[in-house]
Design a protein around this ligand. Structure first.
Ligand code: NAD
Length: 403
């Protein structure tokens, strides 16, 4: 069989620990035998980040701007323990944070649904994709404990010296206060990424805030979304037959629970934090969640939603067998290859990505799976495979579907 040709390289961001081991197995078993794989390789493994003073992370993000599509392996975000373990020069920042800041993107996360691992919300037939605004609000807040009676005020001093004040509260005794902010520019980028991704994936977009209570702050989010939609996306949504739907956050939660799924739910920063955990736990496993960073300019970075699976890596180092689920990492590759195929008009690549994903699902549905899934499946007597044999089983299914 002739290998599928690519015209533009994918930006390949290698990573750490167990996912780095899976990364190589996936390439060897599931990609290189079938594709004339073109990538521009960046080693984001912690050792190399440390050697390059983290320049490699910045370079990989800039390469994503150049080529448009990246695929990333999970990486360690250093903490005190990692400083010692890897003898680091500095506590380097989270690569995901660095890349997101350079690409100005929004992260979209969706569960990978498969027969045998049904969501505990029975009516969710299709995945619900969460888009989380990754800037501001409570995550960039300023807070104060109020020791006793006094007046708390919001004060804004404009560049020309004009002062605007609002009383927050006249305290009669101790309490707490908190200041939050967001930026019109960041909200606009978030809105554009969401509308763009909805068009890309032909799914409705829902957005919700508490604008009836927060008449200026949350209302600004609502207004900016409405404005960007009317000016830039309404006609395209009509043409694609998809809908933009705004409602109050409490109404959205009630509707989500009763829905069939199959839409994108755009969330403010805090809502996204909470709701993405609700969706992932309702759908079974962190190892079955995809994640893609989409910038308003149309750059895409695909990854798994989980981390480096450190515990399994230490077992692997001791020569013990692991049963690590590679599905989310395989979907990162298939997502990136599909996008590359769409942009470069290579239908064989798009078709390959579809078949690779289908092969993962068919393999699991046939009862062959990793331990994390075997523990939660409704299938009788699943066969638990180790990390390598699971990938080999997917290869067998894939080969059968390609021949
Ligand atoms: P983790 O996602 O690696 O693991 C959390 C739990 O989920 C573990 O109990 C693990 O056994 C299980 N799990 C996760 N993925 C699995 C898989 N594919 N198969 C089977 N089980 C799986 O998160 P963690 O342990 O909190 O973090 C480990 C490292 O990963 C840390 O250094 C952290 O900085 C990093 N991390 C990276 C990313 C990223 O690059 N996107 C995200 C989160 C954490």
């Amino acid at each position: 069989m002739e290998k599928i040709k690519m015209s533009t390289p994918l930006v390949e961001m290698d990573g750490d620990e167990m996912t780095r081991i899976l990364w190589q197995m996936i390439k060897d078993e599931l990609l290189l035998p079938f594709i004339d794989l073109k990538t521009e390789y960046y080693d984001l493994g912690l050792e190399h980040r440390n050697e390059t003073n983290d320049q490699v992370t910045v370079d990989s993000a800039n390469a994503t701007k150049k080529y448009g599509v990246a695929v990333k392996c999970a990486t360690i975000t250093p903490n005190a323990a990692r400083m010692t373990e890897y003898n680091l020069k500095e506590m380097w920042k989270s690569p995901n944070g660095t890349i997101r800041a350079i690409l100005d993107g929004t992260v979209f996360r969706a569960p990978i649904q498969v027969k045998g691992i049904e969501p505990c919300v029975k009516n969710w037939k299709k995945p619900i994709t969460i888009a989380r605004h990754a800037y501001g609000d409570v995550y960039k807040n300023v807070e104060m404990k109020v020791p006793g009676a006094g007046v708390a005020e919001l004060v804004f001093t404009a560049e020309d010296g004009t002062v605007t004040r609002e009383t927050i509260h006249e305290f009669k005794g101790p309490g707490v206060i908190q200041g939050q902010h967001n930026l019109d520019g960041s909200i606009e980028s978030f809105a554009r990424s969401c509308f763009k991704y909805a068009l890309d994936t032909k799914q409705d977009l829902w957005f919700a805030t508490k604008d009836t209570i927060s008449k200026k702050y949350d209302h600004t989010f609502k207004d900016i979304f409405a404005d960007v939609f009317e000016k830039e996306f309404k006609a395209k949504f009509d043409e694609a037959g998809i809908e933009y739907f705004y409602t109050l956050i409490d109404d959205a939660v009630a509707r989500v629970m009763k829905s069939e799924g199959g839409f994108i739910w755009a969330c403010k920063n805090y809502d996204g934090d909470v709701m993405s955990d609700m969706i992932s736990s309702a759908c079974g496993s962190l190892a079955m969640m995809t994640s893609v960073l989409v910038s308003p300019q149309g750059y895409y970075e695909y990854e798994a939603a989980h981390g480096t699976v450190q515990r399994h890596y230490y077992k692997h180092l001791k020569g013990e067998e692991t049963s690590t689920n590679s599905v989310a990492t395989i979907f990162a590759w298939s997502g990136a290859l599909r996008k590359r195929g769409e942009l470069d008009q290579i239908p064989e690549l798009v078709n390959f990505a579809d078949k690779l994903e289908k092969a993962c699902l068919t393999t699991i549905e046939s009862g062959k799976m990793t331990k994390d899934l075997a523990l939660i499946t409704s299938l009788q007597d699943p066969t638990v495979l180790n990390s390598e044999n699971f990938i080999k089983a997917i290869r067998e299914t894939l080969e059968a579907s390609l021949s």
